[in-house]
Ligand binder design. Sequence first.
Ligand code: NAD
Length: 458
Amino acid sequence: MRETLKSYNPANGDLVGELPIQSNQEIEQAITRARQAANHWRELLVEQRAELLIRASDQLLTQSAELGDLLSREMGKPLNAGIGEVRYCADGIREKVPEMVAAFQPRTIRDNNTCSTLVYQPFGVCAAISPWNYPLSMPQWLVLPALMAGNSVILKPSEETPLIAQRYVETLNAFLPNNVLQIVQGADEQGKTLVNGKVDLIAFTGSRQVGKQILASAAPGLKRVILELGGKDPLIVLDDADIEQAALCAVENGFENAGQMCVSTERVYVTPAVADAFERRVAELVAQIKFGCWNEAQVTMGPMINARQRNHVLQQIEQAIAQGARALTGGKDHPERFVIPTVLVNCNASMDIMRTETFGPVLAIQRVANEEEAVRLANDNPYGLGGAVFGEREHALAIARHLQTGMIGINKSCFGANGTPWVGAKQSGYGFHGSVEGHHQFAQVQVISESQTASTAS
Ligand code: NAD
């Protein structure tokens, strides 16, 4: 009998739906179809590809209520956040596609003797592998630039959120030529088959551990790889920080999506003069978070995605408390499937919760002797995705320059202006998304040169 993938609502365990899992042979056949489809797709002008995708975005927007409901039931986030994510993706296509059209235009560079043109060629077949935490926007961050660059794409979404990814691909496919975008359902086994298959580019967003496996499997064929991996983002509160702003940011950024966000604030280093006031305010704000099922009124935080992830978070909390941390909120008596928003104080660098990615609704706070110690501890981690510094502007900027992260917020979260790259340092990956530089990763640059003559000089 054919194997299926069952998708459950993480808030109550109800079955949301079920889809067939592709066999290894079917995945190989999908790659063959993708290669054939790429031949035609690459011949279209980038403007023509843009037009088709923009039409698809209108359809996505029209279906946002229905798709948002499915997204929330499957992943657990509150309904308004689910609908918001669908709209964000629809708007994102309309906003990003013109930026990509510009990024993939040929560029001419001349010197006295030579006229060279840089053209952006597709690689061929792109395997896009995505996580579950933003189950529509994470696939889109990979699929959209890959398609716009002229690649055909096979998406392998997370096994936790297959249904919403299937609907996304079906929506786009109502406008795209056959087999330009395909989907393979399954878990790590199907992901491995795909990356080991005859694909030319692997675009991956997920954990550091799987990123390393993918890099290893890409090595024999030197396949191009784009990796967006995990984080353990620090937030530093300096003596001259606006405590209200720092506490608000720590709570908003630490508990968004139940902490299941790669740039979630997970570690806070606070200097002595402001520690009492900061911790008090954080606890007050966290006490206001209402957690519950996706469709309950006023709920702002959902459950953990699965039992494994919940156990990991609870274990880190229990260990930290056993080692001397104190819970200002939460910490115990967590209802089934949920983790109560937890603020831990009196944390120290030896605790796993200060070192390993948590990916849950926990803010771990450590008091440091001074800002030098805060910087040293913030950097003493393999990850380097985002970070934030709160303090008087010049002071905070000076501290930020010492942080080893790809993105840093000064008196705000690390999210940059529209059009800036989403970028990790160290083991948070070495690829990046958004911006002209990010889009170029999905294309092979080719330099075509001619001698300077009257005709090339024009
Ligand atoms: P994961 O690494 O467990 O899985 C990601 C995807 O890879 C899934 O589709 C999975 O089925 C597939 N996979 C697993 N093993 C594979 C293998 N050996 N070969 C090929 N594919 C394989 O991650 P997750 O639990 O889905 O997501 C959470 C992680 O993603 C966190 O670490 C988080 O920080 C990270 N993340 C990073 C970003 C970013 O932009 N940097 C964004 C979102 C999530």
